[in-house]
Structure formats: structure tokens, C-alpha cells
Ligand binder design. Structure first.
Ligand SMILES: O=C(O)CCC(=O)C(=O)O
Ligand SMILES: [Fe+2]
Length: 297
């Protein structure tokens, strides 16, 4: 093994939830508490949801387009002018295509759209169940999320991650916290690591489960509540080009505050108050984590 490839740490077992009508159902109330403490859990993929099209897309979007109607390829150079995010080559192994949900019908194949729409509904349900669990009042929900309904969401995007194993000497993805409320991830194999109890641990991987990550906005919102949520610090270390895993793929659905709105927090007296403008907050996070912030945002 090359000297710059880090040896794998212990495996971190994650609580597992079934998604019953989209609601996470854990084996015990203790498991939900542990998920909030860890900032992550596994959610069994409902049988009606097919993640296959999402994975197929992740493994092809970066390839040159040979047929002008092929929405599975050609996304490195497409421009995606309807999106404030779009394609990004990065200094780590991963290249990313990020698209807000309102742009999905324009840029994505129909079957990928179906997968992502189902994942978006699940992510909204999990966020609402989490807000219930921490005691955020239903009347506060629209102010928190920026949605026009108590059980809605405002900002939503997908990230399509392609880890380019041939780019040796770089981490898979730099350590970071996701900036929003919650991210639902499906990946084609292990590799995700979580910082827990002072050390990096390999997150348990199950091909029949999504991984749910809680982000910095939920951490800020709940930091003074009796059940605060941990914004999970995570990374993917370098994938060895000579190892058993070829290029790695994962895709996510992210929900967060709108960039033009305020990130809110529950004050120690229980009142819901502004913490920071979310764009400023995200810029600061990106700076601390050595990320380029999206130029169009
Ligand atoms: O590929 C993974 O498992 C994690 C991806 C990730 O952290 C992200 O897209 O924010
Ligand atoms: Fe992440």
C-alpha cells in the first residue's frame, strides 16, 4: 500500500431505521437519540424506490456525449445555465454534478428524475420526523425551512459524486460537514468515514440502505435544545487505484435553508431567532473547510 493511503480505522455501527410511509421507524427510541448524537443513521430503501437509475447516471454523466439526445452523458461541458451549481472539477478525487430540483426535468433522464423525486419526498419526511423529535413546534416549520407549507422544503439539490480513482495522491472527498439540514446518500460501496469520539471511523455500509447525514444548519438550529443534533464531520479517504474498488459513485439529495434567508436557532429561552444569513454562513463554512464556494450563488 502507498504510504499516503491511510489505514482504515474501526467500523462505526450506525442505527438502522425502516421508512414506513417515509417516516423513520427505529428499533427503539434510544436509536433515534443515538442517530441525533452521531449525526448519521442508515435508512432501509423502501421497495418502491429504485436507486439503479441514479447509480447508472453517476457512472456515465462525465463521459462525452455521442448522441445529442443522451441525457446520461456529456455533463462535464453542458454549462447547466438554469442551475446555480452545476458541474465542478475539484482538487480531491471526486468530481460533482450538483443540480437544484427545479432543474431536474431539464437536465436529467426521466428514470433518474423518478428516483430523485422519491428520495426528495423521503428526505422531507425524515427532516420533519427529526424536527418533531427535537421538539421544534409545527408552527415554526415554515420559518425554519423557508417552505410554504409546514411539511415542505425550500432549497433542494442533488449531488452526483464520481470518485476518480486514477487521480492518486488526493483524498476521495475532503473532510467536511454538509451545510444544510439533511443529506440522503446512496453509494455503490463503503468508503465514507465519520469523525466520532476523537477518531475517524469507517461508517457501516449496507447496499440496501441510504445513509442519512445531518448538516450544520440543523446543528445550529438545535444547539440549545435538550436533544441537539450533531452535524456530522465526514470524508472519503483516497481510493487506491490498485485496490479492489474501481471508481466510486454516490448520489445525494440535500435540503437546506434558502441562500437568501436567515439560518435560525432556538435561543436558550426557547425563542426562534436569526443566527446568520445562510449565504454568509455557507461562505464561512466553505472558507474554513477549504472549499471553493459556488461562483453563481
Ligand atoms: O460519497 C459519499 O459517501 C459522501 C458524499 C458527501 O459527503 C457529499 O456529497 O457531501
Ligand atoms: Fe458530505
Amino acid at each position: 500500500m502507498d504510504s499516503h493511503l491511510e489505514t482504515a480505522g474501526p467500523v462505526l455501527d450506525l442505527p438502522v431505521a425502516d421508512l414506513l410511509d417515509g417516516q423513520p421507524a427505529f428499533g427503539s427510541p434510544h436509536d433515534f437519540r443515538r442517530a441525533l448524537e452521531l449525526g448519521a443513521f442508515l435508512a432501509r430503501i423502501p421497495t418502491a424506490v429504485d436507486v439503479g437509475p441514479g447509480l447508472t447516471f453517476c457512472k456515465s454523466y462525465f463521459l462525452p456525449r455521442t448522441d445529442s439526445g443522451d441525457r446520461y452523458r456529456g455533463h462535464r461541458n453542458q454549462g447547466h445555465s438554469l442551475s446555480k451549481l452545476g458541474y465542478e472539477d475539484r482538487p480531491d478525487q471526486v468530481e460533482q454534478l450538483q443540480l437544484e430540483n427545479h432543474t431536474w426535468p431539464e437536465y436529467l433522464p426521466q428514470d433518474v428524475l423518478v428516483t430523485l423525486a422519491a428520495m426528495r419526498r423521503l428526505t422531507i419526511s425524515i427532516l420533519n420526523a427529526t424536527l418533531d423529535h427535537v421538539g421544534a413546534a409545527v408552527d415554526d416549520r415554515r420559518a425554519i425551512t423557508g417552505a410554504d407549507r409546514a411539511d415542505g422544503a425550500s432549497w433542494c439539490h442533488t449531488t452526483m459524486n464520481h470518485y476518480r480513482t486514477a487521480l492518486a495522491g488526493r483524498p476521495g472527498i475532503f473532510e467536511h460537514k454538509d451545510s444544510g439540514f439533511i443529506t440522503l446518500i446512496y453509494s455503490d460501496g463503503p468508503g465514507l468515514e465519520i469523525f466520532h469520539d476523537g477518531e475517524w471511523k469507517r461508517a457501516e455500509y449496507r447496499s440496501d440502505c441510504f445513509t442519512v447525514n445531518y448538516g450544520a444548519s440543523l446543528g445550529v438550529l438545535t444547539e440549545n435544545l435538550p436533544n441537539p443534533v450533531t452535524a456530522v464531520l465526514h470524508r472519503v479517504p483516497e481510493i487506491d487505484p490498485h485496490g479492489p474498488q474501481h471508481d466510486r459513485s454516490s448520489f445525494t439529495v440535500y435540503l437546506g435553508p434558502d441562500y437568501d434567508s436567515d439560518l435560525l436557532t432556538y435561543a436558550p429561552d426557547g425563542g426562534l431567532v436569526p443566527f446568520a444569513n445562510f449565504r454568509d454562513f455557507s461562505l464561512e463554512q466553505a472558507r474554513k473547510q477549504r472549499y471553493e464556494f459556488h461562483a453563481r450563488l
